[in-house]
Write a protein that binds this ligand. Structure first.
Ligand code: PMP
Length: 384
């Protein structure tokens, strides 16, 4: 059985769930368990030991604007961006957060005027990440309010536009769409990594959000980081994190530092037992998209977005986006794609939650091999 909450539990393992044919496949969340295999292969390299007396203080780096950032983690963030070439880190403040989810809230707090007559509008082009409206409005803040699809936005006054590139759910590379001044752009670059999209140039925006959840796959560590140009904005973000959680778990930051180090080492000095991380996961995503497109073709009931190839300066080759999610459209006469797939025991997230119609669903492609294989097999055999 599945709960109808935002965070229902994933499918139980096959041993308790019965035969593969009638097992429920839960691909509602973007839980990145696909990455476990790479880190298992890394063995002890990515293991850290934290003695009981360590990391006890609230403080990490009192001289830094972000006083709860572990210096080792900050160093590895800069190193990784330099190796991959996906973001400018010069003249930026790094703010660490409990996932980029907390940083998103910190940005809303930091950039909305605290003495305005009405709350600041928050918009993003549909289909947008389903958590944006939910998070923005959960406390019914007087500072900011969700104002929906950025393409339909025509209100005067200041606004915040969330630009997710590549986009969750549809995987397209994006730019801002509200065509006027007075807006603050927040670039959510959770998927701007070479396993998902060509790295054409280092991103150079005022506020950029990143997370380990979709880069290394360590969603459970709950670590994200923001690269922020403006000192006052960075200071207010730090203030928000101080108010909401007095900093960010040091244990997680130390572990994240090690994981980023092993990742960067694998790219800089690959060996027989250490394949470079991004090449390795790029190939997994390429193979998954090949199998998915084959299954969709075989079934004949669905369609997927198409992408144009672009040149990746990190992998030195051209390729098309191979997103973390499939943005699947059910063709006529199916009206409600989520409901239809649920009847086939495939759990997905309805297009409605992303600001579009029920003919679309979002399906996670980052599950473990076994679940992914079962999913494409089942999808390819769905016929009317
Ligand atoms: N932004 C986007 C676009 C995402 O897809 C996700 C994860 N689903 C997040 C932010 C949240 O990431 P985190 O786990 O770091 O909170």
């Amino acid at each position: 059985a599945t709960q109808k909450t935002h965070f229902s539990a994933p499918s139980p393992p096959p041993s308790v769930a019965g035969a593969a044919e009638d097992r429920v496949i839960n691909l509602d969340h973007g839980d990145p368990t696909m990455y476990e295999t790479f880190w298992q292969k890394m063995g002890d390299k990515s293991t850290i030991v934290i003695p009981g007396w360590q990391s006890m203080s609230y403080f990490s780096d009192v001289g830094n604007l972000c006083w709860f950032l572990e210096p080792e983690f900050g160093k590895e963030i800069v190193r990784l961006h330099k190796i991959v070439g996906n973001a400018v880190t010069e003249d930026r403040y790094i703010v660490v957060g409990t996932g980029s989810t907390q940083l998103f809230q910190a940005v809303l707090y930091a950039v909305s005027p605290h003495d305005a007559a009405e709350p600041m509008s928050v918009v993003s082009a549909a289909p947008y990440y389903s958590s944006y409206p939910a998070i923005t409005d959960c406390l019914k803040s007087g500072l900011y309010t969700w104002a929906g699809d950025a393409r339909e936005f025509n209100k005067d006054g200041p606004f915040i536009e969330l630009v997710t590139s590549p986009n969750n759910p549809d995987g397209h590379t994006r730019d801002s769409v509200v065509n006027r001044t007075g807006g603050i752009l927040v670039h959510d670059l959770a998927y701007y990594w070479p396993q998902y999209t060509a790295i054409s140039a280092p991103a150079d925006h005022g506020i950029m959000l990143f997370t380990v959840s979709k880069s290394t796959g360590h969603a459970g560590m709950r670590i994200g980081w923001a690269l922020v140009k403006d000192r006052e904005v960075a200071k207010k973000m730090v203030k928000y994190i101080e108010l909401s959680s007095i900093g960010v778990s040091k244990d997680s930051q130390l572990r994240a530092a090690r994981v980023l180090k092993v990742l960067s080492d694998s790219c800089e000095s690959p060996s027989n037992e250490t394949q470079p991380f991004f090449n390795s996961v790029y190939h997994i995503m390429a193979e998954r998209w090949r199998l998915l497109r084959e299954a969709v073709k075989h079934s004949g009931l669905f369609s997927l977005p198409e992408f144009s190839p672009a040149y990746c300066r990190f992998l030195n080759q051209s390729f098309e986006n191979q997103p973390a999610f499939a943005w699947l459209k059910c063709e006529e006469p199916i009206e409600d794609c989520e409901e239809f797939l649920r009847s086939k025991k495939i759990l997905t997230r309805s297009g409605r939650q992303f600001g579009v119609g029920p003919q679309y669903v979002r399906i996670s492609l980052l599950d473990r091999d076994e679940n992914f294989s079962l999913f494409v097999k089942r999808l390819s055999n769905i016929h009317l």
